[in-house]
Design a protein around this ligand. Sequence first.
Ligand code: 6PG
Length: 243
Amino acid sequence: MIENIEVVESQIFSTVIAEEIATLVSQDIAEKGSCSIALAGGTTPGAVYRALTTPPQLQEIDWKKVSIYWGDERWVPKVSPQSNYHMVEETLLSRLGESKPTVYPIDFDSKSAEAAAKSYEKTLIDNLGSPPAFDLVLLGLGEDGHFASVFPNSSLLNDKKRYVAEALHPNGQERISLTPKCIEESKKILFLVTGERKASVIKRLFEGEDPASELPARYFTKEPKKFPNLRWFLDSESASSIS
Ligand code: 6PG
């Protein structure tokens, strides 16, 4: 097994990952008094976020010392069930007690996805410096190998100037996304992948030769030694096709 891959039984995946995240966040808070996290969207991380709000993880994290950002967002109203803000509100923020994190959603009031991306990049640089370096970035993986909103043939793969950019889902939905350039500045990157339907893309990612233009997450697996700060957490179903 490739050294930066950890396979976790599906039934206990969300609990194990929540424990790992709680440990990493608490270490940062102990070392420097704060922790900045860019959260993944989609459906996979919801169970992990819920597990973070149940004991013992809930008590383990001093949430008021955590700042929360989004790795990507759909250009929809903030309250839309499609927004990643809504998913995080439902699975994490609404379930925390008195000790609340500082939350930096994208600017849903911007006049366009492009303007929202520019505004968010300014927020990241104002808060985290330049280049903006998160303490922790959580990412999911699409069946087409996309991460955040970096889809196949995305210009973001070669964008070495921007940290946040507007993007387009293949179905035409506008998105705002961290660029790979921003993500790789992070101190720690965790990919969280679950489910049988991801087994095929995981096999292509770790045993195939697809270019990143066709399978964007190959950006991180083509030369894994370039990303010592990156770990893959796969559940047993998504890892079922790799040796
Ligand atoms: C989004 C996510 C996206 C997601 C993958 C996997 O906004 O949808 O940021 O990158 O992580 O599409 O999605 P699932 O977890 O739903 O399979």
